[in-house]
Structure formats: C-alpha cells, structure tokens
Design a protein around this ligand. Structure first.
Ligand code: NAD
Length: 494
C-alpha cells in the first residue's frame, strides 16, 4: 500500500507511530496508508508556516499573483489526474470530480486578482495637512480544516485567498480522502510557491486541537458537520483567534403549483442524488405546495429509476458509493425508520443490489414526511430525498425559516413577485430561483445562516479578503514644504 505523507516546508514527512487506511469506496478495499500526525508533527508544520511568513508577506504582489496564474494552468492541465485521485478516494463519478476542480479554479482565478483585492483606501486632507490611508496586511499563520466531500474545492475555498493575502497555511484535510491535498501542494510548489507557505498535515482531533490551541495560528477556517463546526468555533475563539466554521445543512426546495414540474423534477433528482447526496448544498427536502404533490413525486420517481449507480470511474455511472461503510449504514438507518415516523417510503434505496464490497446504497424517496421526524430534522448526508406536503407558500417558507439549518434553499415557480418575496424573507444564506444548487460563483462569497455557519465571515470571494487580512490605518502629517526648506549654504541661483 502506498503511504500518504504530510508536506512540511516542502518535504514529504511520514509519522510512523499512527497510521490509518484510506479506502476505495467503490471496492471497499484499503488502498493507502495515511500518516496520522502527532501534536509534535503539527507543531513542526506550524513552525514551518511561521518561518515562511516574513518572506512571503514581503513578496511583491505581482510575484504572488504569478503563482496563481501558473497554478490555474497547472490545475487545468492536470484535471484528469486529480479527478481520478478524487474518485478513487471519495467515490464520486469522474465528471463530478472534474466539476469540483472547475469550481475550485474559480477561487484560484479570484486570488490571481489580488492586486486589485488588496487595495487600501486613502483620504487626503482630513485635517489641514493631514492624510489618512489604510492597508490590508496578512493575519499570519492560517489553519484550514476541511471535510471529505469536496477534497479539492473546499481546500481551494480557503487556501487560495489566504495565500494571496500574504498568509502562510497549515491545511488539515479530511483523513478519508487526503491525497488530493498533497497533489494540490505539489502543484502550488510547481507554480512557484515557496516552501513552507502551504503545509499539509493529515490527522484527526489531535491535529485539529493542536492547531486550535497554538498561539502561532491566528485564524482558523473550517468546513464540516455542525457539531464539529461549533466545537472548532468555540475552541478557536476562546484562544483569541478569528474563526469561520461552516457546518451542515438541510436544504429545502419549494415547488409552487405554477412551476414547470418536469424542470423541477429534473432539478430535484440531480440536486438530491448527485454525488450520492454528499453535498452541503444538496437538496434534501422538496416542499410540494398545493395539489401538485402526487404528480411531482411520480415524476421524481420516474427519473430515479433511470439513474445509473456504479463505480465512479465508469463513464456510464451517474452516482457512486458513499464514503464509508458506516456512512452507508447510517444513511440506510433513516430509510429503515421512516415508515415508523409516519412517512411513506416511495423508493427504498436499500433494495438496490450491488456486486462486491463497495459502500453503495440505492437512492431513496420518502413522501409525506412529518416535520417532527428525524428524517426531516437531521442532516442525513446521503441519497435520501424527503417530500413534505403543504397547502400554501406561507407554510413552506415558515418550515424553512424554523429549521435549524440555513445553508441553501430554492424556489421553483413562474411567479416573479413570489420569487422576490421568497428572496426577501427566507432565512438562508444562499437562494436559488429555479436553480436547485445556488453555490455562488467565485466573485461572491459562500456561507449559510443559523447552524450552518459559526462566525460572521462567509468563505471565499470578497469576504475572504476581509477574513484573511488585518486592516491598518495610517494617519500622516508632513512638514509644510515651505517650512522645511533647509539652507544648505549654496547661492540661491546655483
Ligand atoms: P466532519 O465534521 O466529520 O469532519 C470535518 C473535519 O473535522 C475533518 O477534517 C475531520 O478530520 C475533522 N474532525 C472530525 N471530528 C473532529 C473532532 N472531534 N475534533 C476535531 N476535528 C474533527 O465532516 P465530514 O463528514 O468530513 O463532512 C461532511 C459534513 O461537512 C456535512 O455535515 C456537510 O454538510 C458539511 N459541509 C459543509 C459545507 C458548507 O459549506 N457549509 C461544505 C461541505 C461540507
């Protein structure tokens, strides 16, 4: 089995004391051995980042921008290779893996505009002879802790802007699919990033706690499940760091009686089951308003039957396995318990049959879901779509607003006025109007509301520049030129 190393100050380093297997979810086989970092190893990575900081923050903006222009090219050229790595450890189909690389590229392209992004402001003559200007300076060493479900895109959400702003980084990716981060670190190096600016350590709570407690780490970006996001937020904040911690989701899609039901069913199927539902922006609840419920459920079911589930490397596959056997069992337990909670299981994914030992489950559709049930309340994070029936739009929007999570949401309707009303009153950070997965483009920022985000800065885009920089304001007075003339003893016409 190949061993996956940490990357510290440009060196590939192994921790032999603790290792963990990395599986291929499509076959169920352990394929790599991962070094799990000790606290000492993480301290070394933090020290490497701290040592690289003075030179990197002094590097000219044009040289910094060059790294991102080079990286963009490299990422484009090497997309098939990187996508194959993602599929082999995450399980998502190759087209999905390439899709997440394309979304991550947006963050690299945004970072390449750093000359514009890091501009300060200036006010001349705020008082007689006095000017004020501001600059944006890096915060220092940044910790980036990422989840398994987007092993390329989510690290790029963080590290592109953090590095562009002149910070140095310790990235701690998910231990389930860690190879993509090592690949990205290698590409950054090839693009011209000096050693030590981006370090990668693999591990678990030991690594994360070391990052959260280190006085040298000044900012923490985290994406993962809500309980861990809350923990990270509290511990990092208690240690005086700035922190943004993005958590879980339960995204609702309201379908109004006037909506195009074929378009809505297509959207529900791709947004609920794409990437096996392991997306924080996946649609997990369809709210059917009025009389359309039966027709909509029938249309969704019809489309589900055509979905091809299989190994992500097979071009015919539209959905791959879940990340682990435990994740599959957990997802299936919700389907198993749904009927007892008063719902109707229309399609039971547990009935799908797969050969081999991969972590596959079929797609499930659960109708008449009760809002007090676990299927409705919990983030299932798998290919399970719940349908809740309501009589009116108001009931639907109230459901969304009362839910614990507020990551993304969508409305399907032909009524512009209603869509505007939804945009105005819905309690979620990202809203789609006839768009099921409204992930903002890289020039905007990404973030949810309520228990989907702890902290006040959204991730990537303009808010990332604010998060990864400290503002300094300089007030200046220079002696009046007339008063400062010095008599050097030369004749006045010399
Ligand atoms: P997770 O919370 O289990 O793990 C995320 C990271 O935290 C990993 O690096 C993991 O090693 C670390 N971690 C796990 N337990 C820890 C602990 N006790 N102490 C310290 N660190 C710990 O999440 P996951 O299963 O990898 O990812 C799926 C979750 O991420 C879902 O809940 C999904 O909604 C969420 N997610 C959210 C967004 C968003 O933008 N809001 C994006 C992607 C994923």
């Amino acid at each position: 089995m190949a061993r996956i190393p940490h990357v510290i100050a440009g060196e590939k380093v192994m921790d032999a004391a603790r290792t963990q297997a990395v599986f291929n979810p499509a076959t169920g086989e352990a394929q790599h051995e991962l070094s799990i970092a000790s606290a000492e190893t993480v301290e070394q990575a933090i020290a490497a980042a701290a040592a690289a900081l003075p030179a990197w923050r002094s590097t000219s903006l044009t040289k910094r921008a060059d790294v991102f222009f080079n990286l963009r090219q490299l990422l484009k050229q090497r997309t098939p290779e990187l996508a194959a790595i993602v599929t082999s450890e995450h399980g998502k189909v190759l087209s999905d893996a390439a899709g997440e690389i394309a979304r991550g590229l947006e963050n690299v392209e945004f970072a390449a505009g750093l000359l514009h992004l890091l501009k300060g402001e200036r006010d001349e003559q705020v008082s007689t002879g006095v000017d004020v200007h501001s600059v944006k300076q890096p915060v220092g060493v940044v910790a980036a802790i990422t989840p398994f479900n987007f092993p390329v895109m989510v690290p790029l959400w963080m590290i592109a802007s953090a590095i562009a702003c002149g910070n140095t980084v310790v990235l701690k990716p998910s231990e389930r699919d860690p190879s993509a981060s090592v690949f990205i670190a290698d590409l950054f190096r090839e693009a011209g990033l000096p050693d030590g600016v981006l370090n990668v350590v693999h591990g678990d709570k030991v690594a994360d706690d070391t990052l959260l407690d280190s006085p040298a780490v000044k900012a923490v970006s985290f994406v993962g499940s809500t309980p861990i996001a809350k923990y990270i937020y509290e511990r990092a904040a208690a240690n005086g760091k700035r922190v943004q911690a993005l958590g879980g989701a339960k995204n609702h899609m309201i379908v109004m009686p006037d909506a195009d039901l074929d378009m809505s069913a297509d959207a529900a199927v791709s947004a609920a089951y794409g990437s096996a539902g392991e997306r924080c922006m996946a649609v997990s609840v369809v709210v059917a308003v009025g009389e359309i419920g039966d027709v909509l459920v029938a249309k969704i079911k019809e489309r589900m039957e055509k979905l091809v589930i299989g190994d992500g490397t097979d071009p015919a596959s539209e959905m791959g396995p879940l990340i682990t056997a435990e994740a599959r069992d957990r997802v299936e337990s919700y389907v198993a318990g749904a009927a007892a909670e008063g719902a109707t299981v229309v399609v039971d994914g547990r009935e799908a049959k797969f050969e081999g030992d991969g972590f596959f489950t079929g797609v499930s559709l659960i109708d008449h879901v009760q809002t007090g049930s676990k299927v409705y309340r919990d983030e299932i994070f798998g290919p399970v779509l719940a349908v809740v029936r309501v009589d009116t739009y108001d009931e639907g929007v109230t459901l969304i607003n009362e839910h614990q999570f507020g990551n993304g949401t969508a409305i399907f309707t032909r009524d512009g006025g209603l869509a505007r009303q939804f945009e105005f009153e819905v309690e979620a950070g990202m809203v789609g109007i006839n768009v099921p997965i409204p992930v903002p483009v890289g020039s905007f920022s990404f973030g949810g509301w309520k228990d989907s985000l702890f902290g006040d800065s959204h991730i990537y885009g303009p808010e990332s520049i604010h998060f990864y920089t400290r503002s300094k304001v300089i007030t200046t007075r220079w002696p009046n030129p007339d008063q400062s003339k010095v008599d050097l003893g030369f004749p006045s016409n010399s």
